[in-house]
Write a protein that binds this ligand. Structure first.
Ligand code: NAD
Length: 490
């Protein structure tokens, strides 16, 4: 990454974003849009089209028509694969441009955004493109007087609603498998991070995804998101975001056409450090990286540190020292380690969660207010009761709580003492203990002697109230396909 090039890109005016509805583009000139404010410095970037229910219906209609006409679904698998591979290549060619635009919108530090956003999205799209012509149907092991064929078909029209953190990566997690399976889609990105998503979709259309197959509506969740989730013509809905909204989507599906709803929700992931970890310095670095990257706005953030009593005090000292050294600031500076929180509103809500909290070992304050941006110190809180709301509920900000445990039994009990179950981490040299912990922790992912960084080959999904579907890996394809049986008498 070249700092001069980043500075050139950040100075460019943002072109007026437009929704993609079939072959048409709808901008915000017809009616007032939503103001897009950069969390880097509070500057006004542009206006985002604010979709109405009619816009969403038109996008769903365009998707339905393209699906029924077989414009994508009936294309030979190898031809679909070629288009998606071209799309992935186009994203890579424009990677820095996409990353900088996304950072201006949501404040993620560029060093992370560059890898986790365009490059990861391109890798995901390529992974699913390559799968398209390698998956076979099945013949059932029936009596020889019949032939039982098991076909796999696209579900039809897929709606996808994504959040503001890692918007390109998460869009690719949904649309990679949905498009590879032959569906037509309507995407609703977050009103806080739509700019780079719109650009990435335009690159897909330039690469040859047919018109109508890939539609994007922007705007509020309450109007545009709700209309998509209530649509009678959407067959499956793939969502990443908060549990609060996830619950509403299930209601909307129940009140409309019983569409499938796949939810990837929040986490309060335990990071468990035993005294027998091989290197406590490495563990401390992973703990700090595991909570503070992207200012803690990571679904799998290890936000609950559980430390064996005998090393608790020393380990907290290490974690606080590393936290205080982290460089917080302009996310478009390649040396920055923690960028801005996604919005002024979100920063204030994180600070409110900390208000009056005892035991803040380091951090806890807003900083760099004179920049106009939304920055906060990495924060470590010790001594809270495990029942405290700050320990149990997701904050989605740079806040780590620390709780000591006596032994493995207590570590498991504390790790599981939450309604959420997205990710977790365990540091130990004892192989048997590592496997016992993998079995005992109720979460979709257990990292051992590392934290984060899993690639597209492994599923990511929540247990308990962290969700019900899994993104990534070949398993994700089943969310966007139906099985059909043919029973043929010979
Ligand atoms: P959010 O739930 O507020 O919004 C997510 C999306 O839902 C946005 O596009 C929003 O416009 C839309 N939405 C809001 N209200 C809606 C409604 N009534 N009907 C339909 N759509 C609606 O979440 P957020 O603040 O954008 O993102 C942060 C949350 O996402 C955190 O809880 C985080 O843990 C979670 N997340 C989970 C994963 C995962 O893989 N499990 C990944 C990233 C983020």
């Amino acid at each position: 990454m070249n700092q001069d090039r980043i500075d050139e890109l950040r100075a460019l005016p943002v072109t007026s974003p437009a929704m993609i509805i079939g072959s048409t583009r709808r901008g915000s000139h017809e009616r007032p849009g939503l103001d897009v404010v950069s969390p880097i410095d509070g500057s006004h970037l542009t206006q985002l089209p604010n979709a109405t229910v009619e816009d969403v219906d038109a996008a769903v209609q365009a998707a339905r028509e393209s699906y029924d006409a077989g414009r994508w679904a009936k294309l030979a698998p190898m031809a679909r694969k070629a288009v998606m591979l071209r799309w992935a290549a186009r994203i890579e060619e424009h990677a820095l441009e996409l990353a900088v635009l996304g950072v201006r919108d949501n404040g993620t530090e560029i060093a992370m955004a560059f890898k986790a956003e365009p490059l990861s999205a391109a890798g995901t799209i390529r992974y699913y493109a390559e799968a398209i012509d390698k998956l076979y149907g099945e013949i059932a092991p029936t009596d020889l007087s019949v032939l039982g064929l098991i076909h796999t078909e696209p579900v039809g029209v897929v709606g996808a609603i994504v959040p503001w953190n890692f918007p390109l990566m998460i869009t690719a997690w949904k649309l990679g498998p949905a498009l590879a399976s032959g569906n037509s889609v309507v995407l609703k990105p977050s009103e806080i991070a739509s700019l780079s998503v719109l650009r990435m979709v335009e690159l897909g259309l330039e690469a040859g995804i047919p018109e109508g197959v890939f539609n994007v509506v922007t705007g509020t969740g309450e109007v545009a998101g709700q209309a998509l989730a209530r649509s009678m013509e959407v067959d499956a809905l793939a969502f990443t975001g908060s549990g609060f909204v996830g619950r509403k989507l299930m209601e909307y599906a129940a009140q409309s056409n019983l569409k499938r709803v796949y939810l990837e929700l929040g986490g309060k992931s335990p990071h468990v450090v035993f005294a027998d970890a091989a290197d406590l310095d490495d563990a401390a670095k992973a703990v700090v990286g595991g909570i503070f990257r992207n200012a803690g706005q990571v679904c799998v953030a290890g936000s609950r540190l559980l430390v064996e009593e005998s090393i608790h005090d020393d380990f907290v000292v290490k974690v606080c020292a590393l936290s205080e050294k982290m460089r917080v600031g302009d996310p478009l500076d390649t040396g920055t380690q923690i960028g801005a929180l996604s919005s002024e509103h979100h920063l204030k809500s994180v600070l409110a969660r900390l208000h009056g909290t005892p035991g803040i070992a380091t951090g806890g304050n807003r900083i760099l207010e004179d920049t106009g941006g939304s920055y906060m110190q990495p924060t470590v809180v010790t001594g809270l009761d495990p029942s405290d709301a700050l320990v149990r509920n997701e904050v989605f900000g740079p806040v780590l709580t620390v709780t000591p445990f006596k032994d493995e039994v207590e570590a498991v009990a504390l790790a599981n003492d939450t309604d959420l179950g997205l990710a977790s981490g365990v540091w130990t040299q004892d192989l048997s203990r590592a496997h016992r912990m993998i079995n005992a922790i109720r979460a979709g992912m257990v990292h051992v002697n590392t934290y984060g960084g899993a690639d597209v080959t492994v599923p990511l999904g929540g247990h308990k109230q962290s969700g019900n579907g899994q993104d990534k890996s070949l398993h994700a394809l089943s969310k966007f396909t139906n099985k059909k049986t043919a029973w043929i008498k010979l």
